[in-house]
Design a binder for this molecule. Structure first.
Ligand code: CTP
Ligand code: MG
Length: 322
C-alpha cells in the first residue's frame, strides 16, 4: 500500500501542476478589440470604389464617420511616426522610431540581437500596443482597425514555423479559411512543396505529426510560405530563419519566397546577405533606434555601422554570400 500511495502522490502532483496552467489560461483576459475600420471587398464602378459581396481580390478599408463611411483602397503602405514602445513600463525597447514602406517596397531590418527587430513586426500586427506615436496602414491608424481584419491583411513567415498536428492540406489551408483543395495545391506548388508532399505516404492527406515533427526544417518553412502565398496579403512580414539549411533546401526556400514577395510590401528581418542586397532600403537598428538607413549601396559607401556589420558577418558562417 505504501508503494501504491507514493505512485498516486506523483500523479496528484503532476495534475496540480497541470491544473495551475489550465487555470492561468482560463483567467487570461480576452483581447479587447475596439476597432471600427473593417476590410471589405470592392470593385470599381464608374471610376469609384464600391463595396461588394463577392470576392474581387481588391480590398478596401471601410472607415465609418458617423453615418457616413469612406473606402480607402488597401495598398500596403506602412508608416511609423515617432513610435515609442517597451514591453515593461520602465524599459523602453523602441525609441522614437520613424520609418515608412511604400506599397511594393522591400525593407530589410538588420541589427544586433536584442536591437528590436522582432518587436517592430509584433507592433504592426498589434500583438502589443505602442506607448507613444502612431503606426499607420494606408494612412489609417492601426488602432482604429479591427484586429481580425488587420491580421487578415498581413502574411507572416516567421523564424520558427508553427505547424499543427494535422495533415499537410489542413496546415496550409490555415492561410485562408475556406480555400478549395485546388487553391491549396496551387499555393503548395508555388512554394516548392509539391515534390516532397508527393513522397509522403498519403500525399496532401498525410498527418505531419506534432508541430511537423515528420518534416525537415526546410520543408516546414516551405509549408509556412505556402500558407502565406495562399493568403495573398499585400504586406508580408518575414523573419528569416537563422538556422542553416543545406544548399539545396535553401535554394528551394528562396525560390518559394521570391514568388511570395512579388509586388508585395515586404518587411524582412534579414539574416542573409542576398536578402539585404536585394532590398530597396535597409534600416539598421541599434539599441532601439534607427542608426542608419538607405539603399545597400548608400550604406556601403557610408562606411558606418552597416559596413562594419557586413565585414564582420562575411567572416562568420552565418551569412551566405551566394
Ligand atoms: N523583450 C522583452 N520582452 C519580450 C520580448 C523582448 O523585454 N517579450 C526585449 C528584449 O530583451 C530585447 C528587446 O526587447 O532587449 C528587443 O527584442 P527583440 O525585438 O525580440 O530583438 P531582436 O532585434 O529581434 O533580436 P534577435 O536578432 O535576437 O531576434
Ligand atoms: Mg528577433
Amino acid at each position: 500500500p505504501l508503494v501504491n500511495m507514493s505512485q498516486q502522490f506523483n500523479s496528484i502532483l503532476a495534475a496540480l501542476a497541470g491544473a495551475e496552467r489550465i487555470f492561468a489560461l482560463i483567467d487570461e483576459k480576452p483581447e479587447v478589440d475596439d476597432g471600427i475600420v473593417t476590410l471589405v471587398n470592392v470593385e470599381e464602378v464608374d471610376g469609384q470604389l464600391v463595396e461588394c459581396e463577392q470576392r474581387t481580390n481588391r480590398w478596401a478599408w471601410k472607415h465609418p464617420h458617423g453615418n457616413e463611411f469612406t473606402l480607402v483602397e488597401m495598398k500596403g503602405d506602412v508608416r511609423f511616426h515617432d513610435v515609442v514602445f517597451g514591453y515593461e513600463e520602465n524599459h523602453t525597447v523602441l525609441k522614437n522610431i520613424n520609418l515608412f514602406a511604400k506599397p511594393g517596397q522591400k525593407i530589410a531590418f538588420v541589427g544586433s540581437t536584442g536591437a528590436g527587430k522582432t518587436t517592430i513586426t509584433n507592433l504592426i500586427n498589434r500583438f502589443y500596443d505602442i506607448n507613444k506615436g502612431s503606426i499607420t496602414y494606408d494612412g489609417i491608424d492601426i488602432k482604429l482597425i479591427k484586429k481580425d481584419d488587420l491580421r487578415t491583411s498581413l502574411a507572416m513567415v516567421l523564424q520558427d514555423t508553427h505547424l499543427f498536428t494535422a495533415t499537410v492540406m489542413e496546415n496550409i489551408r490555415l492561410g485562408k479559411r475556406g480555400a478549395t483543395d485546388e487553391e491549396v495545391r496551387a499555393a503548395a506548388k508555388a512554394a516548392n512543396c509539391d515534390e516532397f508532399v508527393h513522397r509522403l505516404p498519403q500525399g496532401y492527406n498525410t498527418p505531419i505529426g506534432e508541430n511537423g515533427a515528420k518534416l525537415s526544417g526546410g520543408e516546414r518553412q516551405r509549408i509556412s510560405i505556402a500558407r502565406a502565398l495562399l493568403k495573398d496579403a499585400p504586406i508580408v512580414l518575414l523573419d528569416e530563419a537563422t538556422a542553416s539549411l543545406d544548399v539545396e533546401n535553401e535554394t528551394k526556400v528562396q525560390g518559394a519566397l521570391s514568388r511570395l514577395l512579388v509586388g508585395k510590401t515586404v518587411l524582412v528581418i534579414a539574416h542573409r546577405m542576398r536578402t539585404v542586397e536585394a532590398a530597396d532600403k535597409i534600416i539598421v537598428l541599434a539599441d532601439g533606434r534607427v542608426a542608419e538607413e538607405g539603399t545597400p549601396a548608400e550604406l556601403m559607401n557610408k562606411n558606418g555601422l552597416y559596413h562594419r556589420m557586413v565585414d564582420l558577418q562575411r567572416q562568420s558562417a552565418g551569412w551566405r554570400l551566394n
